[in-house]
Design a binder for this molecule. Structure first.
Ligand code: PGA
Length: 256
């Protein structure tokens, strides 16, 4: 079996109808050697999903609620996302962790909700610059993985991990492919302990942080980099399409 590369666009709090139209016009007819997912703001999820029904491009949510239902003003549940036909959601992006104070416990609840609703969660993990400089990268990632994935029922579940070093997000300073490969190999070993070798081999590990047209191909060529999470560069649809096209340049990685 092989791990199909996956390229995810994270529009964050950006874009509107114009970007939606540009994405549909440009990507609807295209076919990539990778799974391509766009995560727009909530308001546009359904519209984008409807506009892309004949396309291979998929739609993902940037977040889901940790709660199932009830008096939680402003929240959107995993089940609502699933009902809209959305197949992916990001969980624990560093901006959610930092700005909205989402800790590993909250991320864990969201992982449970995603699994229960049949959505593929993309658990985002990553160290700050201070943590990297203090040689704490592996400790931080282990804690985020162990707590975020604790006691989940992995049977029949699909999930991805996105390694996004906080210092590389939106800074224009991407981690090097060598650096990322090293961390991804560590993450895969950590996954073996949490979910067993078979599922760990199948789980796609994405890199995110200042990915662009110029560094995507080299990143994707590394053995354990199975995809990319693209922020700023995904707001330019032609640029994003060029990144997606590069995924086809590298052979999917063979799994044992
Ligand atoms: P960036 O963002 O590509 O703009 O660095 C990545 C992300 O936050 O997912």
């Amino acid at each position: 079996m092989q791990r199909l590369p996956i390229i995810i666009a994270n529009w964050k709090l950006n874009g509107g109808t114009d970007l939606l139209c540009a994405a549909v016009a440009s990507l609807n007819q295209q076919s990539f050697a990778a799974e391509v997912v766009i995560c727009p703001p909530y308001l546009y999820l359904r519209e984008l999903q409807n506009l892309l029904t004949k396309s291979e491009i998929k739609v993902g949510s940037q977040n889901i609620s940790q709660f199932e239902s009830g008096a939680y003003t402003g929240e959107t549940s995993a089940q609502m996302i699933a009902d809209a036909g959305i197949k992916f959601c990001l969980i624990g992006h560093s901006e959610r962790r930092e700005i909205f104070e989402e800790n590993d416990d909250i991320c864990h609840s969201k992982m449970q909700r995603a699994f229960a609703s049949g959505i593929t969660p993309v658990l985002c993990i990553g160290e700050s610059l201070k943590q990297r400089e203090s040689m704490l990268t592996e400790d931080v990632l282990s804690a985020q993985l162990n707590e975020g994935l604790a006691n989940l029922d992995f049977n029949a579940a699909d999930l991805c991990i996105a390694y996004e070093p906080v210092w590389a997000i939106g800074t224009g300073v991407a981690a090097t492919p060598e650096m990322v490969q090293c961390v991804h190999a560590f993450i895969r070993q950590a996954l073996v302990k949490v979910m067993g070798a078979d599922l760990a081999q199948r789980t796609r590990i994405l890199y995110g942080g200042s990915v662009n047209q110029g560094n995507a191909e080299q990143l994707l060529a590394a053995a354990d980099i199975d995809g990319l999470l693209v922020g700023g560069a995904s707001l330019d649809i032609q640029h994003f399409a060029a990144i997606c096209a590069q995924a086809g340049q590298t052979e999917p990685v063979e799994c044992a």
